[in-house]
Design a protein around this ligand. Structure first.
Ligand SMILES: [Zn+2]
Length: 138
């Protein structure tokens, strides 16, 4: 599968990380791990910027993360006009993986609290497209 099914607005049709979208379709949000220096990358990198190795493997981002910071977007850019207001958030997961994503609209603004426990899940968008979001951990 190519990368063009990723996200609401996508300027990249092909990517060496295209399997990321295949995994989303299978219900998994994946990072990559460098087999040489063991650095984890999210979003996935297929070449390690740290040690320049291309020996990478996929590793699922699972478990519980903690909300580090967030911001409410009241004016959506191109493709997101009808989504606003929405919340962008950063959560930290095991092995120090930081995920930057939209926060599920199931969490009301007055319920958002730094330190709250979240999980990252695939999100199915209209037209058979995929992304991922942060939601309250179940
Ligand atoms: Zn490396």
């Amino acid at each position: 599968m190519s990368f063009e099914k990723f996200g609401i607005v996508n300027h990249t049709k092909e990517s060496k990380a295209a399997d990321f979208v295949t995994y989303l379709e299978q219900g998994k949000v994946m990072a990559t791990r460098c087999k040489k220096c063991e650095t984890m990358y999210f979003p996935p990198q297929v070449d390690c910027p740290k040690c320049l190795s291309n020996a990478m493997e996929w590793s699922q981002v699972k478990g519980r993360g903690k909300l580090l910071t967030y911001g409410v977007v009241n004016y959506g850019p191109l493709g997101f006009e009808d989504k606003a207001p929405y919340t962008l958030a950063v959560a930290e997961f095991e092995k120090g993986i930081k995920v930057f994503a939209t926060l599920s609209k199931d969490i009301k603004e007055d319920e958002i609290a730094v330190g709250m426990v979240l999980e990252v899940v695939p999100a199915r968008l209209p037209d058979d497209r995929f992304s991922y979001e942060l939601q309250r951990a179940g």
